[in-house]
Design a protein around this ligand. Structure first.
Ligand code: DGT
Ligand code: CA
Ligand code: CA
Ligand code: ZN
Length: 588
């Protein structure tokens, strides 16, 4: 760490004041840091000089206690007291400080009186009206907290793929309708289907970029124009997401699209491949490299060759590669695979013939069984798996054995009535208890068509304990699949520690399916593990975890994540026909 200046030290003192307040420390101590911070901010003299002349303690507002800390910070840029203070406070409380309308005093009250130590817990408490009924809060203040949380998310550095996609789609559609636009596409991490997206990147082919720039920067949803150039502009949308646009002449479109789709690692590898073949590849096009005799003969020195390349497929083909879908372009093994013609046909949304893991009003869903079935029919799905919560998830109104038995009966009747085309499978999302046992009696579990087993409690176990807990569930004869393996909530909560390799091996050994939870905030198990799982013969089920009929749409996010994990139709259980699924479930 480098030495610190006045402003930086003032900021640290301000933070220390906030943290002490959060801990409920003596108000005099809090005030000492606050006034020390202000004293430094308004200090006109050179800090170096004041320290050298040992006059710090005489400066009004600083005093003896802070003198030493200022000297340490000034010299080393670090302060053990500050680090220890930060470490002594749950990190969730410190994160809560980023919510506008929530100061340290209120956070302390929420923690002390309701035990709230993370933002997701705070969201839950607001939903249950617990915050409103707390002394000193009230409905108004609860509402302010909710909107503060939303704002913090919207303006955070990254966004859920789903939210980015929803923001980009209408812009892309309208772009394509502009008379000046020949082609338009979104690029970047959004096109690659990354689980979170930093900013949107639009690439446009046009011979007349001026009007396109004006249209883009004048969008009604624009909160701020951060750059307005002749061919490149940047905006921030009202929802908080930033977007870049680049307009290029039509022959260059495919090169720009490929370049700005990335990833950086993929681009580096593509450029290396081009160089090894005597070409230089850039966002502008392909050109022959200087001094390479062989290609010079056929193309002429320095000649650009974009005229033969009008689609990304041509670009890959030009370098001896099969087409690489954007989702695979992470600079991992995709170029090797494309060279050998080993890029698989990836699973598509239309391959899905039904979905498991959906909730109804019987637990914490918002739609009834009939409403869910109707929506599944509208999607022409052959089957719909219901999996309401089990009793240990009491906060989600989980079902006990008796209620579940009644639901099974209703579902059997429902299928017999044949009012809908879709076949409903009776399942449950059964809690995996802290010791790895299941939350429901074996008897009722055997009665079900299938069982999703998930962890919903006791997250803070060691990796070993958590892995053993889940493996024990995998070994239970009634378990069909494991739900949301790590419990992560993207941009909000880290998943619990779990050894993915051991889980994958156990799933393979026991013929248990691993869910790819398609909820845009989960996308759990992470796409980075799917290729390994599929290579070991593990099946996945792309599960929307729908709590209302609109939740079915999430399969699109799930399929995108599955594609990033190189998954084909063959490794995705719910691409199978009703007959095949029935046969599979009957065998277990
Ligand atoms: P994001 O926005 O952080 O989620 O991630 P990307 O991948 O969308 O990154 P972004 O928006 O900075 O740039 C879009 C693409 O442009 C990126 O995936 C690859 C390409 N690109 C940008 N900067 C560089 C660079 O310095 N070198 C190379 N090779 N490619 C770059
Ligand atoms: Ca981007
Ligand atoms: Ca960008
Ligand atoms: Zn769950």
């Amino acid at each position: 760490m480098a030495e610190m200046n006045k402003a930086e030290i003032a900021e640290i003192f301000r933070e220390i004041g906030v943290l002490l307040e959060l801990k409920g420390e003596n108000p005099f101590k809090v005030r000492a840091y606050q006034s020390g911070s202000r004293a430094l901010e308004s200090m006109e003299e050179d800090l170096e000089e004041v320290i050298a002349e040992q006059r710090l303690a005489e400066v009004p507002g600083i005093g003896k206690a802070l003198t030493e800390k200022i000297e340490v910070l000034h010299e080393t840029g670090e302060l053990p007291f500050y680090e220890e203070l930060k470490n002594s406070i749950p990190s969730g409380l410190i994160e809560m400080l980023e919510i506008s309308g929530l100061g340290p005093k209120k956070i302390k009250a929420l923690y002390g009186k309701l035990g709230i130590s993370t933002i997701p817990e705070l969201v839950q408490a607001c939903r249950n009206n617990k915050v409103a009924s707390l002394e000193g809060f009230g409905t108004k203040s609860q509402e302010k907290i909710i909107s503060g949380i939303k704002n913090r998310e919207a303006y955070s550095k990254r966004h859920l793929w789903w939210d980015a996609f929803a923001a980009a789609e209408p812009i892309l559609r309208k772009l394509r309708d502009l008379p000046e636009v020949e082609e338009a596409e979104h690029a970047g991490s959004l096109r690659r289907g990354l689980e979170t997206v930093g900013d949107l990147d639009f690439i446009v082919a046009s011979r007349n970029p001026g009007p396109v720039m004006d249209w883009f920067t004048g969008l009604p949803d624009v909160a701020e124009v951060t750059a307005h150039g002749e061919t490149k502009s940047s905006i921030r949308l009202k929802g908080g997401i930033q977007a870049d646009i680049r307009v290029v002449p039509p022959p260059q479109f495919v090169f720009a699209l490929h370049h700005f789709t990335g990833s950086k690692d993929h681009n580096v590898k593509m450029r290396q491949r081009a160089l090894s073949r005597g070409y230089s590849l850039s966002e502008w096009g392909v050109s022959e490299e200087e001094g390479k005799e062989t290609v010079r003969k056929s193309l002429g020195k320095g000649k650009m060759v974009p005229d033969r390349i009008t689609a990304e497929q041509d670009l890959f083909g030009f370098f001896g590669l099969h087409q690489i879908p954007p989702e695979l372009r992470e600079g991992l093994d995709e170029i090797d695979a494309a060279e050998k013609g080993e890029v698989p046909r990836l699973v598509e949304v239309n391959d899905l013939r039904g979905v498991f893991h959906n909730h109804t009003t019987a637990s914490d869903g918002h739609n009834t069984l009939e409403e869910m079935a109707l929506a599944a029919d509208e999607r022409a799905w052959e089957y719909l798996g219901i999996a309401d919560h089990s009793k240990a998830s009491f906060q989600a109104n989980g079902l006990n054995e008796e209620r579940l038995n009644r639901q099974i009966g209703r579902i059997r009747e429902f299928n017999e009535q044949k009012q809908f085309s879709v076949h409903v499978f009776a399942g449950v999302e059964c809690d995996i208890l802290p010791d790895g046992r299941l939350d429901l009696d074996d008897e009722v579990l055997r009665e079900l068509d299938y069982v999703v087993a998930s962890v919903h409690s006791s997250f803070s176990k060691t990796e070993d304990e958590m892995t053993r807990r889940i493996v024990r569930a995998i070994e239970h004869p009634s378990v069909t699949m494991i739900g949301h393996l790590t419990g992560r909530l993207l941009l909000a909560r880290e998943g619990y520690e779990v050894n993915h390799s051991k889980i994958i091996d156990a799933a393979a050994a026991n013929g248990v399916i691993l869910e790819l939870n398609a909820h845009p905030r989960r996308l759990d198990m992470d796409w980075r593990y799917w290729k390994r799982a599929a290579d070991k013969g593990v099946l996945t089920s792309i599960n929307p975890d729908a709590h209302e009929v609109q939740g079915f749409d999430y399969v699109r996010a799930g399929v995108t994540a599955a594609r990033k994990g190189w998954l084909t139709r063959e490794s995705v259980f719910n691409t199978r026909s009703l007959g095949e699924v029935r046969a599979y479930l009957a065998c277990r």
